[in-house]
Write a protein that binds this ligand. Structure first.
Ligand code: SF4
Ligand code: SF4
Length: 81
């Protein structure tokens, strides 16, 4: 009973975010074996994406659900409104 109401572990949450992440459809995405989910605290920034060619985070179900408003989570210098 209690089990079903428990918040999933960080690892599980990270996996859920990565599965929902739409970064691979983004024009800035670089195909290099990364999995996205850059907005999640345990996921490091991208080692390959460096050019801002557009960011589709605002259309992502993760951002919508959590209320994220920033862009370019894959980069060290993310863009805030
Ligand atoms: S908000 Fe952006 S970085 Fe985070 S999961 Fe969605 S597309 Fe990926
Ligand atoms: S964080 Fe934004 S810019 Fe970076 S890959 Fe994801 S959608 Fe594209």
């Amino acid at each position: 009973m209690e089990e079903s109401t428990r918040i999933p572990s960080i690892t599980k949450q990270e996996e859920i975010v990565i599965q929902m992440c739409i970064c691979p459809d983004c024009p800035s995405w670089v195909e290099a074996g990364e999995r996205g989910g850059f907005c999640f605290e345990t996921v490091p920034k991208s080692r390959y994406i460096s050019e801002k060619k557009g960011c589709i985070c605002r259309g992502c179900p993760v951002a919508k659900r959590v209320g994220f408003r920033d862009l370019y989570y894959c980069m060290k210098q993310l863009l805030s409104e």
